[in-house]
Design a protein around this ligand. Structure first.
Ligand code: NDP
Ligand code: A1CAB
Length: 272
């Protein structure tokens, strides 16, 4: 069955759940009437229903029963009770996709009925603007069709790659958490220009576009980031002065440690 005709339900319509819903609608891969969401916080649901026309309920069971594909988008800390409540409504006909940080595939496979097909995904918040970076790992009962389905959904909202489950915590630390490491860079670079006298709006536009342009060059040229940096740093010019300041501040170690710490926290969240 094509994805167009399948019903996708979200359990949890918070920041990431609603980012994915917006991205999926924007991509046009599923019609709003085939999308559903449940959450304990009704205002989120009302907003999604009035803005996008998707089906909503405060009862997870209603959405679970109506869906062929169920995306679990609640916090890892809430997952045990959600799985317990959903168990009666899950069978091998449904595909379960979980985006919870850290939680291993085996947790779902053990908590849900025998044979449940599970795919673990770590997307990121840029799904809202169709630029998510997602890692995908299929569980032991997931079919190749299930993997294809997950890749189709998450490729529609950005870039999606299959990774071994052992790397999902690294994906979480890198691209799952990553946007939060880059937003302060944009803000701080804009602050620098504001200090030099630029208005805030122009400074933020130029800072964000600079990050976008640099990312696009890295992706499209395939050149090593060091080589790209060398293209910008004229001898005795402006850029190398800024590069020295960043190196003195230990920027590389800081970013590496941010990814490592976030990955470690992901591992912790998956432990009982
Ligand atoms: N935010 C991000 O950038 C990313 C998040 N993730 C993962 O996505 C998941 C959701 O994160 P995020 O969207 O940030 O968190 P949010 O807290 O924004 O969203 C979770 C939503 O689930 C609701 N909720 C709580 N308990 C239940 C329940 N029993 N049944 C239904 N809904 C419930 C929450 O309501 P209430 O707030 O009232 O408790 C909240 O609205 C997490 O597992 C996270 O690891 C993955 C990648 C990126
Ligand atoms: O901070 C978190 O735990 C979630 C997972 C990845 C991004 N946000």
């Amino acid at each position: 069955m094509t994805i167009q005709n399948r019903k996708i339900g979200f359990i949890g319509a918070g920041k990431m759940g609603s980012a994915l819903i917006h991205g999926i609608i924007k991509a046009g891969i599923v019609k709003p009437e085939n999308l559903g969401a449940s959450d304990i916080y009704e205002p989120f649901l009302n907003e999604l229903n009035s803005q996008l026309g998707i089906n909503v309920s405060t009862d997870n069971a209603v959405i679970a029963q109506a869906s062929d594909i169920l995306v679990l988008a609640v916090k890892p800390q809430t997952l045990d009770s959600v799985l317990e409540n959903l168990k009666p409504y899950i069978n091998a006909d449904k595909l379960i996709i979980s985006i919870a940080a850290g939680v291993p595939l085996a947790t779902y496979e053990n908590a849900l009925p025998e044979g449940t097909r599970v795919v673990r995904v770590m997307p990121n918040i840029a799904a809202t603007v169709s630029e998510a970076a997602s890692g995908i790992s299929p569980g032991k009962n997931a079919t190749s069709e299930d993997l294809k389905t997950a890749l189709e959904i998450f490729s529609a909202v950005g870039t999606a790659v299959q990774v071994p489950e052992s790397l999902m915590d690294a994906v979480t630390g890198l691209s799952g958490s990553g946007p939060a490491f880059i937003f302060p860079v944009i803000e701080a670079m804009a602050d620098g220009a504001v200090l030099e006298g630029m208005d805030r709006k122009s400074a933020l536009t130029l800072a964000a576009q600079t990050v976008l342009g640099a990312a696009k060059m890295a992706l499209e040229t395939g050149l090593h980031p060091g080589e790209l940096k060398d293209m910008v740093t004229s001898p005795a010019g402006t850029t190398i002065q800024g590069v020295r300041v960043l190196e003195e501040a230990g920027i590389r170690a800081a970013f590496m440690n941010a990814v490592i710490k976030a990955s470690e926290r992901s591992k912790e969240l998956g432990k009982k």
